[in-house]
Design a protein around this ligand. Structure first.
Ligand code: V0V
Ligand code: CO
Length: 146
């Protein structure tokens, strides 16, 4: 089951300036930031709200780290803007398998590492009415030591 909008991915040329726009305009603060070399992005997660499934919804601001990355390619073609949406689920493997059986191309054989230790995969935008769609399972919440 897909149970939340986990994030909206927004491609930008300058992460620091874009973070500052979201802070100054809306008051959203950076919850987490990291570089994901595999995906070729530097990213900032701005938490917007908690969700009823125990997760949260974020804006994910993305700046490319190298010219051959998917986000750099997309920015060259489209300029800044909404790059993808991500649905949250407790079981990304099962969701990807089930959606794949419906004829939608799942881009990765196995989910890969996403923001904050999550596991992610993507659905091809051409099979999703033009929307690059990500599926996310958050990293398990660390239980306190006994
Ligand atoms: C490309 N297309 C898109 C698109 N990117 N359509 C909607 N939204 C997008 N973001 C269209 C493009 O306009 C072309 O249509 C067609 O798909 C083929 O695109 P292309 O430019 O030739 O590019 P490809 O085929 O080399 O790559 C497209 C795909 C690639 C979707 C396969 O971007 C990909 O693998 N994306 C998944 C990984 C990713 O995006 N990572 C960055 C976020 P026309 O012109 O032929 O009609 S990382 C992230 O979100 C993380 C870490 C996280 O959440 O934790
Ligand atoms: Co994403």
């Amino acid at each position: 089951m897909l149970t939340r909008i986990d994030h909206i991915g927004i491609a930008c040329f300058d992460l620091d300036r874009t973070v500052e726009f979201y802070r100054a305009t809306y008051g959203f603060e950076v919850f987490h930031s990291e570089v994901n070399e595999e995906q070729g992005v530097r990213e900032a997660m701005l938490k917007i709200n908690d969700t009823s499934d125990g997760g949260a919804s974020y804006l994910q601001l993305l700046e490319p780290t190298r010219p051959d990355s998917t986000v750099a390619k997309w920015l060259d073609k489209n300029g800044e803007g909404v790059h993808h949406i991500a649905f949250g689920t407790a079981d990304v493997d099962a969701e990807a398998a089930g959606i794949g059986e419906k004829g939608v191309r799942v881009l990765y054989e196995e989910p890969r590492r996403g923001s904050m230790g999550s596991r992610i995969t993507f659905l091809h935008p051409k099979d999703c009415h033009g929307v690059l769609t990500e599926l996310v399972t958050s990293a398990p919440v660390e239980s306190p030591e006994h």
